[in-house]
Write a protein that binds this ligand. Structure first.
Ligand SMILES: Cc1cc2nc3c(=O)[nH]c(=O)nc-3n(C[C@H](O)[C@H](O)[C@H](O)COP(=O)(O)OP(=O)(O)OC[C@H]3O[C@@H](n4cnc5c(N)ncnc54)[C@H](O)[C@@H]3O)c2cc1C
Length: 399
């Protein structure tokens, strides 16, 4: 038996013994999983058990070094682990911006002290992070940000606002871009700073959305004191760090939404059958147009999944995401929007609402997911902006 096969057997046995029954066979979903943090209240106490057991073995961040709470696994072992988790249909023990954005960025740019301070609590699900990039006047033109950090020796005093800060009301820390040199060229006067959300002067106001839920917030800083030891990389050099983090973000968004958004869910064909009385499981769908749309969607999703797998393998081998993450972002998010449109079509009149009696539980989620998917081609940088990046940095076209 090869080492990898032995690892698979050991992993399968461990998962079988360690994953609580109530979490198996779940319905998945792009954002399924535990976000953790000080404010987290599990819906099911088994989520905490599952998180703690995985964190103890470093399996919340399988490829991170063990010194920072990771599992120290090779890319092949990490792939085996995710295959075995998928086979059991268990949600990841932990998800969130700590694991997918700030963690990888600190591994690349953080000081040893910053890694020691921040990475283990991320792995244990103790601290939840949010992202303070966008401002009312700085979205696509991110380098135009105005949130001001005044130098006071060993610390800064921050004044300004961030907008569209996803889940800021649930987060414990924020990684933020602040302007430390207003005289410099706009990309050169920015610093990447880590700020505790409990610092006096930080306030958060949620923004209500059409889907009824409110994941977005405005985050305000009024005379907030932030220590210079929390600068990542170098003062005024935050743009370099910001771009590296955006590479991780775009890959994460593409992966979360583009790869079928929860392989554990029923297939598109099964969903369609449930809306067609008299069509049994395994029987072909009578509508040839719908059949061909579903087949195309499933093939595109498979092809995208395989391309993402290749990129994950490259990332685990040490390759930092570059401009190709913009291609993944465009394709993955547009794929998800097509899938959500198709699901809406399949659900027919059931998709006209998202609450109340008369709507099947699956379809309540369908309509919410469709509404949520509208933001996919905006978050992490709009599709138009990604196409500009692809034109310049991948295709080498002139301005
Ligand atoms: C679901 C979701 C979650 C988000 N979470 C966060 C978060 O946690 N933290 C955070 O900081 N931000 C977050 N954002 C904000 C997001 O990063 C911005 O919305 C995005 O960068 C676009 O900026 P904007 O909204 O200001 O639009 P604008 O920049 O004003 O763009 C408006 C329109 O103009 C187009 N446009 C602008 N410039 C160009 C150009 N040069 N060429 C071609 N077209 C252009 C855009 O494509 C868009 O269609 C989130 C957004 C969404 C939708």
């Amino acid at each position: 038996m090869s080492d990898l096969e032995a690892f698979r057997t050991e992993t399968r046995d461990w998962l079988d013994q360690s994953c609580p029954d109530s979490l198996r066979g779940g319905t998945g979903g792009a954002l399924a999983g535990t976000w953790g943090g000080r404010k987290w209240k599990p819906d099911n106490p088994d989520q905490r058990v599952w998180l703690d057991r995985c964190a103890e073995r470093g399996l919340t961040a399988p490829t991170w070094p063990t010194a920072y709470g990771g599992g120290g696994l090779s890319k092949e072992q990490a792939k085996v682990l995710s295959e075995e988790m998928r086979a059991l249909r268990v949600p990841p023990p932990l998800i969130g911006f700590g694991l997918t954005m700030i963690g990888p960025t600190l591994l690349q740019y953080g000081t040893e002290e910053q890694k020691q301070e921040h990475l283990p609590p991320i792995c244990r699900g103790e601290i939840r992070w949010c992202q303070g990039y966008s401002e009312p006047g700085a979205g696509s033109d991110l380098a135009g940000l105005q949130c001001r950090a005044e130098d006071r020796g060993d610390h800064y005093i921050i004044n300004g606002s961030k907008i569209w800060t996803s889940d800021a009301d649930q987060a414990d820390w924020i990684f933020a871009l602040v302007r430390t040199d207003p005289q410099a060229k706009k990309q050169e006067g920015i610093t990447f700073l880590l700020i505790d959300m409990e610092t006096p002067g930080v306030t958060v106001s949620p923004i209500k959305l059409i889907s009824g839920s409110s994941p977005f917030c405005e985050t305000h800083f009024e005379n907030v004191k932030a220590w210079k030891k929390n600068v990542v990389f170098k003062e005024h050099a935050g743009w370099t760090v910001a771009k590296a983090l955006l590479g991780h973000e775009r890959t994460m968004v593409a992966e979360a939404f583009g790869s079928g958004a929860g392989g554990a869910r029923r297939t598109l064909a099964d969903r369609a059958r449930s809306h067609l009385p008299g069509v049994q499981e395994g029987q072909p769908l009578p509508d040839a147009v719908l059949r061909s749309q579903i087949a195309r969607m499933e093939m595109d999703t498979q092809a995208f999944g395989l391309t993402m797998q290749r990129s994950r393998d490259a990332a685990k081998a040490g390759h930092q995401p570059g401009a190709e993450s913009s291609i993944f972002k465009v394709v993955g998010t547009e794929l998800n929007q097509r899938r959500q449109e198709l699901l809406l079509k399949i659900a027919g009149p059931q998709a006209l609402g998202w609450e109340g009696a008369g709507f099947a539980p699956d379809e309540l989620q369908t309509t919410r997911d469709w509404l949520r998917s509208r933001g996919n081609t905006i978050e992490g940088g709009t599709s138009e902006v990604q196409r500009n990046v692809i034109a310049k940095r991948v295709l080498g076209l002139p301005d």
